[in-house]
Design a binder for this molecule. Structure first.
Ligand code: B12
Ligand code: SF4
Length: 572
């Protein structure tokens, strides 16, 4: 029977947990949380906590016509049970390089429990050299998976992409205070980036090209409307490596929003040159409320064309003055770094005074130009297991000036310095929202768009400032306590303080105290819950037309949220 007519039963799985623990398959540094892993990790009780799903799998499932089960965050036993009972023709495994050993174990499980299943490996781990030989599998997909999977099933690879409606985060909380509002939706306008910075996995994995999933601003607007209506929130986490790089599309999106008076809000990733080309005031109009910018290194700006001619400190200040929170990322232990000169790069990143900072060790991930270059020069550390290629403790290449755990100690110190100097990120983000509100309030003329933005900043600042009593109570030092008091007074001057808001402030402080107790007693690990989503085949052959492919069933082990004194509107 040809693949065109046969309904193939497919399992798409992310790697198994537990995550962020030292065991046979992983390391404690591989935490399944974006901010707690690599951004706010030093901020203890004030760290931002949330999980992201393995989004690529849902995109593939939503764009092929077959019975598909997506199994996210399984345990090893849960994965084995699904394989044994499911009768799957195909098992697809998504993994990244540090999870190579988990993918290998999953392939072994499939071969032993369901020998007739075809095994397909995908995700960034597929770039590992020789992976075809080192893991027992049938196919390795390097790059974009939707087109590949459609072609593999005999379906039209060029059919339009159906963007699934997904929440961006699971179980979001800060200082133990859960976000009770509908979490922001995920928007993936495309994958890859043309800039090709030498260390960048995502750019190289997709061939230093950009593959749009939603190609025009109009289409992006329609997609955002559909998802927002379905999920009940106008907030989006935009998973696109360099969203403003396609300036034309972003301008069209803004025009459509203004024409229809539908004002979404976006968390985005963008390079400094793309931000500058689009314009900061346009970003306010577009509704960007958080932007992740790679500043990388002051001492080697010449390596990154995207930062040429940019004044980083001014850029961050100007963005925050407009209410746009900034996550600045930088790289430590680059080849030119020594214990004598690295501190100046750390001081540079801390001195940007951004809301959030990511420090990461330079890591030559497979497929990148950096990897090829260091391989050629014999610098790669073939002795370091891939589980440890997470860029947080040891270097994956030989460095004359740093060895053993020294790089990790520098990172820890850098995170600590940022926290002690700039206070908790929560405090900084409340301040940024207030700055945005003040900025827009001070403008003599506001059209409908800017008025909508001003109201959004007001709402955000009013809700977020409820957490200030908790921030104060768990402040890292006297400086943060003083800043919190000043900010509380500033907020009260702008918005007053109603009785319920005062009470909510006590509530957040109580929740934070409980959270602190939990961290002290049980440690700070949080495992994501297993999520099983089943999609039913819709037709015998898939046409090129749009098809609204929705999951038939989503099954998530639910847990009661603790009672909350405050509902935080959005983040990530
Ligand atoms: C969200 C995310 C996470 C989430 C985890 C989500 C999850 N449930 O696994 C969090 C925040 C927890 C996380 C943590 C880490 N991550 Co991460 N993460 C990302 C991020 C930002 C987005 C991934 C995404 O959803 N993209 C959008 C989807 C649509 O694209 P995609 O996943 O690439 O999927 C497409 C293809 O790859 C392919 N595909 C994917 N899976 C499969 C499976 C099959 C069968 C097929 C056929 C195809 C296929 O088809 C998809 C559609 O085109 C990427 C960077 C990026 N922009 O991609 C880094 C990235 C994947 N992470 C990375 C790393 C290294 C880590 C960490 C080690 C920490 C760190 N140092 O950054 C930890 C490890 C955690 C762990 N225990 O696994 C690296 C991987 C590098 C590599 N070469 O392996 C990336 C590329 C970041 C980077 N630039 O270095 N991460
Ligand atoms: S600009 Fe960002 S996403 Fe693009 S290649 Fe450079 S690091 Fe990667």
């Amino acid at each position: 029977m040809s693949t065109q007519t046969k309904n193939r039963k497919i399992l798409l799985a992310g790697v198994f947990g537990p995550f962020g623990v030292d065991d046979e398959f992983g390391r404690k540094e591989n935490i399944m949380e974006l901010f707690h892993n690599q951004v706010t990790k030093a901020q203890g009780v004030a760290s931002f906590r949330f999980h992201h799903r393995s989004f690529g799998l849902y995109f593939i499932a939503a764009n092929i016509d077959a019975d598909v089960t997506v199994l996210d965050f399984p345990s090893r036993a849960r994965f084995a049970r699904e394989v044994r009972r499911g009768g799957y023709d195909i098992v697809g495994i998504s993994f990244i390089a540090p999870n190579r050993d988990k993918a290998a174990e999953m392939a072994r499980v499939v071969r032993s429990l369901s020998p007739s299943s075809e095994i397909i490996l995908g995700g960034h781990g597929a770039a590992i050299e020789g992976i075809e030989q080192s893991i027992d599998c049938d196919h390795v997909v390097k790059g974009e998976g939707i087109r590949w999977m459609r072609a593999h099933l005999g379906q039209n690879p060029d059919a339009p992409i159906n963007h699934p409606a997904l929440r961006s985060t699971e179980r979001a909380s800060i200082l133990g205070v859960p976000f009770l509002d509908t979490p922001a939706s995920l928007l993936v306008p495309g994958v890859g980036c043309v800039n090709g910075c030498s260390f960048c996995s995502t750019s190289h994995f997709f061939g230093r090209a950009y593959t749009p999933f939603v190609a025009t601003g109009e289409a992006l607007f329609d997609t955002a409307c559909r998802i927002a209506d379905e999920r009940g929130t106008d907030d989006f986490f935009v998973m696109d490596e360099n969203f403003l790089k396609d300036r034309q599309r972003a301008v069209e999106l803004l025009e459509a929003m203004e024409r229809h008076r539908r004002f979404f809000r976006f968390h985005i990733f963008s390079s400094a040159e793309a931000i500058t080309a689009f314009g900061l005031d346009n970003m306010v109009r577009l509704g960007v409320d958080l932007v992740w910018i790679g500043f990388e290194s002051r001492s080697r700006q010449s390596l990154y064309a995207k930062n040429a001619g940019i004044e980083p400190r001014k850029l961050v200040r100007d963005l925050r003055d407009r209410g746009i929170a900034v996550l600045a990322s930088g790289i430590l232990c680059m080849e030119h770094h020594t214990p004598d000169n690295m501190q100046s790069d750390i001081d540079f990143l801390v001195g940007l005074e951004s809301d959030l900072v990511q420090f990461m060790l330079l890591t030559p991930m497979p497929v990148t130009a950096l990897y090829q270059d260091q391989k050629r020069r014999g610098l790669l550390r073939t002795d370091l297991p891939l589980q440890e290629w997470h860029g947080q403790t040891k270097l994956a290449y030989h460095h004359p000036a740093f060895s053993g755990d020294e790089p990790g100690q520098w990172m820890e110190e850098a995170f600590r310095q940022d926290y002690e100097t700039n206070s908790s990120s929560m405090l900084r983000m409340v301040e940024t929202a207030i700055r945005g509100y003040e900025h827009l309030s001070s403008l003599p003329n506001r059209d409908a768009c800017l008025e909508a933005r001003r109201r959004q900043f007001e709402k955000q600042a009013r809700v977020w400032r409820l957490i200030l009593p908790a921030v104060r109570r768990h402040a890292v030092n006297e400086l943060e306590r003083r800043r919190t008091d000043e900010l509380s007074r500033r907020a009260e001057g702008l918005f007053g303080l109603r009785t319920w808001e005062r009470l909510a402030g006590f509530g957040t402080a109580a929740l934070a105290a409980l959270w602190k107790l939990r961290l002290d007693v049980r440690g700070d690990g949080i495992q994501p819950r297993t999520v099983v989503t089943r999609y039913k085949k819709q037709s015998a052959t898939m046409t090129g037309s749009r098809f609204g492919r929705q999951p038939m069933l989503e099954d998530q082990a639910r847990r009661q949220l603790p009672p909350a004194a405050a509902a935080f509107s959005r983040l990530g």
